[in-house]
Design a protein around this ligand. Structure first.
Ligand SMILES: C[S@@+](CC[C@H](N)C(=O)[O-])C[C@H]1O[C@@H](n2cnc3c(N)ncnc32)[C@H](O)[C@@H]1O
Length: 370
């Protein structure tokens, strides 16, 4: 079966997701604000779920049409061969959103979509009541400028849930955003990476997995692999391919520091769960007292922004300490923050800046190449 895959992502990471999808077998890649689409078969869907580091989920589009009335919406959804996707006992909740469109009431649209799917399934499955006790086939609709897209969520839990972060510290960075920073920092096998404010270790773990080519989805399952209507071989094949490509014994060194002993513990635990425990070490250390040594390597960090964890004076001291660490250790540095005056306090203008959203917070990734 041919699919159109639609992969939402954090604003600013679209291009990276486009490259990832191409590498994973996607064709006719198209990049828009906050999402990337491509064409592919069941194997591409499985490979995308297992291998995408920066996308939030993998949806497949089952219909796209214009609609300005409930009747048009109903007919558009009714035209889909739903039985090809949803079996008799499948659960098929509906959610969605509408923006700048005639059909503005999301609850009403939700009810219409559900009704149309039920009507069509009644015809094909020859039943009059759906118990919905089986696997979940999450239906998602989006209506933008009167254009409707009807999608099925093949991921289930969001792709940021890799299965290694059993516990997160305070203000953890989302795994998909951390992976985007790792990509922009061009982390490779053989790299030495530092995070002097490592929290739960997300940046270090994502860096290690990237360097060793360990696919982020190897330790979890996805909704579509439990669908009886989906090619049953696709996920096992994709998982085997990802395992064959991984190099868990390759060279990589990650060093984490944090003032909080619990954070250090979390980093070590999460690294172990992710299968990169031998590549990452961590210890308690206050960055403002960091002992300088000409280490070389790459610094990745997500320091406290001063929004809730620390006050402006402490944030400034951390920025100054990061600047010193960068200069005296001959590092390349990639630091994400929403705090104002970062470059001034760090002591150097960034070679490049990239706007990225950490949840609702507009941040900058400051990139220093030397
Ligand atoms: C925003 S969190 C980092 C979250 C991390 N990226 C993650 O994914 O979990 C900032 C971290 O800085 C640590 N921290 C605050 N002040 C510090 C200092 N002076 N030296 C070292 N670490 C510090 C906090 O304990 C916290 O874990």
């Amino acid at each position: 079966m041919e699919y159109k895959l639609v992969c939402p992502c954090i604003f600013g990471l679209e291009k990276i997701v486009g490259f990832e999808l191409r590498r994973l077998g996607g064709e006719e890649i198209s990049v828009e604000n906050g999402k990337v689409s491509c064409r592919g078969d069941a194997l591409t869907v499985a490979r995308a779920n297992i291998g995408l580091r920066c996308a939030e989920r993998v949806l497949v589009e089952v219909a796209a049409f214009p609609a300005r009335s409930f009747e048009e919406l109903f007919q558009g959804v009714l035209a889909v061969d739903w039985a090809a996707y949803i079996p008799k006992n499948g659960a098929f909740p509906v959610k969605g959103w509408s923006l700048a469109s005639q059909l503005a009431s999301v609850p009403d649209c939700q009810a219409i979509v559900k009704k149309a799917v039920v009507e069509k399934l009644k015809q094909t499955h020859q039943v009059f009541w759906f118990e919905e006790t089986g696997e979940r086939y999450q239906i998602q609709f989006s209506i933008h400028k009167d254009q409707v897209s009807i999608l099925l969520d093949t991921s289930g839990e969001g792709l940021h849930k890799r299965g290694y972060r059993a516990h997160a510290g305070e203000a953890p960075i989302k795994e998909t955003l951390a992976a985007g920073i790792v990509d922009l920092a061009r982390i490779r096998e053989g790299d030495i990476v530092y995070d002097p404010l490592c929290g739960s270790g997300t940046l270090l773990v994502e860096a290690a997995m990237r360097a060793l080519n360990i696919a982020p989805g190897l330790r979890r399952t996805f909704a579509a692999e439990r669908w009886q209507t989906f090619d049953q071989k696709a996920f096992s094949l994709a998982r085997q391919q990802a395992l064959d490509e991984a190099d868990p014994g390759g060279d990589f060194e990650g060093y984490g520091f944090d003032i909080d002993p619990q954070a250090v513990e979390l980093t070590l635990q999460n690294a172990k769960l992710a299968g990169v425990g031998e590549k990452i070490s961590a210890r308690v250390e206050d960055i403002t007292r960091h002992k300088l040594q000409d280490a070389g390597g790459i610094l990745l960090s997500n320091p406290p922004y001063g929004e809730r964890m620390l006050g402006p004076a402490q944030v400034k001291a951390i920025h100054q300490a990061l600047g010193k660490m960068h200069r005296y250790n001959n590092l390349k540095s990639y630091i994400i923050t929403s705090a104002p005056h970062f470059e001034e306090q760090f002591g150097k203008t960034a070679d490049r800046r990239r706007k990225l959203y950490n949840g609702e917070l507009k941040c900058q990734l400051y990139m220093y190449y030397k």
